[in-house]
Ligand binder design. Sequence first.
Ligand code: SF4
Ligand code: SF4
Length: 101
Amino acid sequence: MTASSYMGRTRGGTEWEPEFVTEIDQQQCIGCGRCFKTCPRNVFDLVEREVDEDDPMYDDYDDDVVMVMELADADDCIGCGACARVCSKNCMTHTKASALL
Ligand code: SF4
Ligand code: SF4
């Protein structure tokens, strides 16, 4: 793949470069599911993560696990950026397509 093969265009003809999701910060994620509902592809999956007992954030939390989002299939991302816009915890890292070559 070359950088130009990833470049797209808007309907009006303006060149546009996708920014693919490359990481989710599961320490910040609250498992709200907004990114999952927003994504037009099959990139995300909600999974259980063991609670870090040393983290004071979970002092009053009874369960051993919390639900967090993970990247189930990052290769299915089209780089639209919608997930980052709906995440209230700023968990997502996106990378320009040309930087991944
Ligand atoms: S950038 Fe778009 S396609 Fe990629 S994970 Fe986010 S919402 Fe889904
Ligand atoms: S929108 Fe953000 S906080 Fe909510 S599940 Fe997705 S990554 Fe986690």
